[in-house]
Design a protein around this ligand. Structure first.
Ligand SMILES: Cc1cc2nc3c(=O)[nH]c(=O)nc-3n(C[C@H](O)[C@H](O)[C@H](O)COP(=O)(O)OP(=O)(O)OC[C@H]3O[C@@H](n4cnc5c(N)ncnc54)[C@H](O)[C@@H]3O)c2cc1C
Length: 446
């Protein structure tokens, strides 16, 4: 990911693990971090671990409480923007002929009359309310926390998913002084404060969630947990006033697989591929970082009864924005001048779009109003919001403010004040009239 697939979205990120205990903690943590070193060394993508004493650590992380923290170990992991990465994967697939349809949940399954095998799906267009039948020789269920419900809809019931809630908070840039991200022990797990588009992203909690699956809610206790655990290591404590935005998500943890389930993948491998009913394959559990492995396991299992081969090219296929990254990666200063942005903001613009920054330039050339930073959110270019609609499949204001950009968490009011401006900007491209937004008929990502 860091070198070939999407070097604009994923990059090495240095972390420091603060040491607070006696002599044994350093060799113990160092041995654990060795795994990261070895992974990094294998791919040649990230540097080797470094050890700091109390004073050296304070120089790198001025915010650290040096009375409590006796030293630290710096190591490298990789950081990426999951929403932008998912978008790049989908656009890459669309560019190679895959038909992408959004806002169309599966509401039923087609069954073959002769043997009852799954023969396709029924989907509902949430914009028009119409349903459509899509025939298929094989269907893959990758519905995350809804995967068990979907399998039941298809007529089988062989596993269950336990949603686990994770909450993150976004802190203003000045909340922490550090030239590296921090990973530290928390009361029941670990706490991570990482640099995120110039802000500090602090996460995460991990608790069972039994509420509505569409709307996980971050509670005051979640925010307190995050701030309290981070503050255990800080001299200048962070507080509610430092929090710009909060968001919650649900991890699809595989809870149980019935004895009769045809699970072709060991649960100990973290994700499971579950067959059944015939011609429906479910992929569930796992981690985002193993997405290509999960996809290949699921596709191989789904096509196995069809007797077709599915060689994969995704290990070396640059995602949208990556193919000509080398040619654009150093153009930050030029972009900053062209668009009147701060150099750091122009660098982040490049990280969001990679070589597709050329498309933004073309939009701005055609309409100078799009070549300006947003009022009150100068880290974004107006053209990005229009591009979200034209090329990234955005259909609604929420798509633009929450999913294609992070405006909803970067602005303390959740981007409420900016929303009318953004609505006016994207309205012509979505066919919205003054009174009410209309559904857009263009719905595939490019
Ligand atoms: C707070 C948090 C932090 C995390 N941090 C990390 C991390 O650091 N590293 C890591 O590797 N992983 C991390 N994860 C885990 C990772 O995000 C998940 O493992 C991953 O998103 C699961 O992918 P998935 O495709 O199985 O499910 P999802 O990403 O949940 O996707 C399921 C999709 O199915 C769709 N869907 C549901 N029902 C239907 C239907 N009826 N018809 C059509 N579509 C439907 C949903 O809309 C959704 O888009 C984190 C998760 C959370 C919540």
């Amino acid at each position: 990911m860091v070198k070939t697939l999407c070097p604009h979205i994923a990059r090495p990120e240095s972390f420091v693990y603060p040491l607070t205990r006696s002599w044994w903690e350093r060799p113990y943590v160092g041995a654990g971090v060795l795994l990261y070193d070895l992974f990094g060394l294998k791919g040649g993508a990230v540097p080797w671990q470094k050890h700091f004493g109390r004073r050296a650590l304070k120089a790198h992380v001025p915010s650290i409480d040096h009375r409590r923290v006796v030293g630290g170990i710096q190591y490298y992991d990789a950081l990426m923007d999951d929403a932008r990465h998912t978008l790049a994967v989908v656009r890459t697939a669309a560019g190679r002929g895959v038909k992408v349809v959004t806002r169309a949940p599966v509401t039923g399954f087609l069954k073959a009359e002769e043997d009852g095998r799954v023969a396709g799906v029924v989907v509902r267009d949430t914009l028009t309310g119409q349903t459509h039948r899509i025939a298929a020789r094989a269907v893959i269920n990758a519905a995350g926390i809804w995967a068990d419900e979907l399998q039941q809809l298809a007529g089988a019931n062989t596993f269950s998913v336990q949603p686990a809630k994770g909450v993150h908070v976004l802190l203003r840039p000045e909340a922490l002084q550090s030239d590296t991200s921090i990973l530290a022990r928390a009361t029941d797990s670990v706490i991570i404060a990482r640099r995120w588009y110039g802000y500090w992203l602090v996460g995460t909690t991990d608790s069972p969630w039994t509420g509505g699956k569409s709307q996980p809610v971050a509670e005051a206790a979640d925010v307190d947990y995050l701030l309290d655990n981070l503050n255990r290591y800080l001299e200048r404590k962070v507080g509610r006033a430092d929090v710009l935005g909060i968001f919650a998500g649900l991890r699809p943890l595989l809870k149980s697989v019935g004895d009769n389930a045809d699970a072709t993948s060991a649960l100990s491998r973290d994700h499971a591929v579950i067959a059944g009913p015939p011609r429906l394959t479910t992929i569930v559990g796992g981690k985002y970082t193993t997405y290509r492995r999960m996809a290949s396991d699921a596709v191989d299992a789904a096509v196995q009864p069809l007797g077709v081969a599915t060689p994969s090219c995704t290990a070396t296929l640059p995602l949208v924005g990556a193919a000509q990254w080398a040619q654009v990666k150093d153009s930050g200063a030029q972009l900053a001048q062209r668009f009147g942005m701060q150099p750091a903001d122009a660098a982040r613009l490049l990280q969001r779009h990679g070589d597709r920054v050329r498309d933004l330039r073309a939009l701005a050339d055609a309409d100078p109003a799009l070549g300006r930073p947003l009022p009150g959110a100068a880290q974004y270019l107006a053209a990005e919001l229009v591009y979200a609609v034209l090329a990234e499949g955005a259909q609604t204001l929420v798509d633009v403010l929450v999913r294609r950009t992070h405006l909803s968490i970067e602005l303390p009011d959740g981007a409420l004040a900016l929303a009318p401006f953004v609505a006016a900007l994207v309205a012509p491209y979505l066919g919205w009239s003054r009174g009410r937004p209309k559904p857009n008929s263009k719905r595939t990502a490019r």
